[in-house]
Design a protein around this ligand. Structure first.
Ligand code: UD1
Length: 418
C-alpha cells in the first residue's frame, strides 16, 4: 500500500496549471460512445478513474488510446453492451455509461453500483427517468438489465433532486432518442455544461445546459469531434486550501473563478486574498486564518460537497469556531477522526461538524478513506509540525494527477513511498 510522507511547515508558492476535470472527463468518455468516428479529448486528467473508463470503452468494443493527457476514442461499431462487475466496482460513477449505452445500442447489462465510501449511492432517479423514456429495466441479484426495443423516446423528466449523475444519464440517453426531452430541476454544475458543449459539437441539439431546465431534441446520429476537458474546479479548491494553510501564494493557470463562486468568499473571509486576472487565479494569505461562521454544501451554484473536506482542513487552523453542514452525502466526515489525530478540534453530529480552530496541527500516521477526505489530510499535513504518514493514497490518485509531484514543485516536502 503506497503512502505519502509529508514533512509539514513549508510554504506553498509558485505557478501551477489546473488539471482537467475528473468529473467532466468521465461523462465525456461515456458520451464518446454515442458518436460515430473519432473523438479526441484534450486535457484529460491522468487518473485511475479515467483509465477505468477507458477500459470500459474497450470492453464495449471501442478503440481507446491514451497519450499523456489526450484520449482518443473510436466508437464506430460498439459491439458489447455489458460492463463487467469489477469495472463497475472500481468506479461507481461508471453508472453514467447506462444512458450512453442505452442511447447507442438500445440495451445494457451492468451490476448495480451499490454503496461507496460516501455512503449509499442510490440510482433511483436515473432509473425512473430512463423508464419514462421507454427503457425496460429489471434489477435482479445486483444486476441491472436494461433494454428499449423500440428505441428511447423523449420525455418530460422532472428530477426531485438536481442529481448530477441522473442529469448526465438523461442527457446521454436523450441526444439520440426520438423527440424532445425536457429535464426540469436539472443539475447546474459546470460539468453539465461541459458535457453539453461536447455533445453539441458532435451534432446534438441541446439548450439550457447549466440552467435548471435542459431541452434536448433527439437527432439521428452524432459524429466524434475534438474537445478540451474543462479545468478541475475541485482540484483548484484543494490548491487554494494548501496555499491558505501554509501561508503561501499561488497562481493557478486555467482556473475559472466563475466555477467556484461560492468558495472564493469563504477563503476571503478566512483571511486570503483571491484575485482573477487573465486566465489565472491568484491566492495569497493576508493574515492568520479566521473562522468563517457556517459553510453549507449545496448543489451548484452552492458550496461544493467535493470541496468540503479540504476547506475543513484549513478551518481546523482558523482562529474561532466554524460550522460545516454537509447536505449532499450522508457519510462525508470520514476525514474528521484523522484530522483530530493530528490535533484538530472537531466534533460531528449527523451532518454537522463544529470546528474549533487550533494554532497548530501535528504530523501523525493517518489513513485516507475517500478521495477528497484524503486530499484534506494531505492539506493538513502540509501545515502540520513534524512528519505525516498518509496511507490510502489510491483514493487520492482517483482524483489528483500525481498530487505529490504537483505539491513538491510548489515547495512542499512530500514523497510517495510503497
Ligand atoms: C457527482 C460527482 C461527485 C459529487 C456529486 C455532488 C461525478 C463523477 N461525481 O456525483 O464528485 O460529489 O456529483 O456534487 O461527477 N441521489 C439519489 N438518487 C439518485 C441519484 C442521487 O438519492 O438516483 C442522491 C445521492 O445519494 C446524493 C445526492 O443525490 O445524496 C447527490 O448525488 P448526485 O448529484 O447524483 O452525485 P453523483 O452524480 O453521484
Amino acid at each position: 500500500m503506497q503512502k505519502f510522507i509529508i514533512e509539514g511547515g513549508k510554504r506553498i508558492r509558485g505557478e501551477v496549471d489546473a488539471q482537467g476535470a475528473k468529473n467532466s472527463a468521465l461523462p465525456l468518455l461515456a458520451a464518446a460512445l454515442l458518436a460515430r468516428g473519432e473523438t479526441v479529448l484534450y486535457n484529460c486528467p491522468r487518473l485511475s478513474d479515467v483509465y477505468a473508463a477507458c477500459r470500459i470503452l474497450g470492453c464495449l468494443g471501442c478503440e481507446c488510446r491514451v497519450l499523456g493527457n489526450t484520449v482518443t476514442v473510436r466508437a464506430d461499431d460498439p459491439c458489447g453492451c455489458c460492463v463487467p462487475d469489477e469495472l463497475m466496482r472500481e468506479m461507481r460513477s461508471s453508472i453514467v455509461f447506462l444512458g450512453a449505452l442505452l442511447g447507442r445500442t438500445g440495451e445494457c447489462y451492468l451490476s448495480f453500483p451499490g454503496g461507496c465510501e460516501l455512503g449509499p449511492r442510490p440510482i433511483d432517479l436515473h432509473l425512473a427517468a430512463l423508464r419514462k423514456m421507454g427503457a425496460a429495466i429489471t434489477e435482479t441479484h445486483g444486476m441491472l438489465r436494461c433494454c428499449c426495443a423500440g428505441g428511447l423516446r423523449g420525455a418530460g423528466i422532472q428530477l426531485s433532486f438536481p442529481s448530477v449523475g441522473a442529469t448526465e444519464n438523461v442527457m446521454l440517453a436523450a441526444v439520440l432518442a426520438q423527440g424532445t426531452t425536457v429535464i426540469t430541476n436539472a443539475a447546474r454544475e459546470p460539468e453539465i455544461a461541459d458535457l453539453a458543449g461536447y455533445l453539441v459539437r458532435c451534432g446534438a441539439k441541446i439548450s439550457g445546459a447549466g440552467s435548471d431546465t435542459i431541452i434536448i431534441e433527439g437527432v439521428s446520429q452524432l459524429r466524434g469531434c475534438e474537445y478540451t476537458v474543462m479545468p478541475d474546479r475541485i482540484a483548484v479548491c484543494t490548491l487554494m486550501s494548501a496555499a491558505a494553510v501554509t501561508g503561501g501564494e499561488l497562481s493557478i493557470r486555467g482556473a475559472r473563478p466563475q466555477d467556484i463562486g461560492a468558495v472564493i468568499p469563504v477563503f476571503e473571509q478566512m483571511g486570503c486574498g483571491v484575485y482573477a486576472y487573465s486566465d489565472r487565479l491568484f491566492i495569497t494569505r493576508n493574515r492568520p486564518l479566521a473562522a468563517v461562521g457556517t459553510v453549507r454544501t449545496m448543489p451548484y451554484p452552492g458550496f461544493p460537497t467535493d470541496a468540503q473536506a479540504t476547506t475543513m482542513a484549513a478551518l481546523a487552523l482558523a482562529r474561532g469556531t466554524s460550522i460545516v453542514v454537509e447536505n449532499i452525502f450522508e457519510n462525508r466526515f470520514r476525514h474528521v477522526d484523522e484530522l483530530v489525530r493530528m490535533g484538530a478540534q472537531i466534533k460531528t453530529e449527523g451532518r454537522v461538524a463544529v470546528i474549533d480552530g487550533v494554532n497548530r496541527l501535528y504530523g501523525a500516521k493517518v489513513q485516507a478513506a475517500d478521495l477528497r477526505g484524503g486530499a484534506a489530510l494531505a492539506v493538513a499535513a502540509l501545515a502540520a509540525e513534524g512528519t505525516t504518514e498518509l496511507g490510502g493514497v489510491k483514493y487520492i490518485d482517483r482524483g489528483y494527477e500525481e498530487l505529490e509531484r504537483c505539491l513538491s514543485a510548489l515547495g512542499a516536502d512530500i514523497t510517495r513511498s510503497s
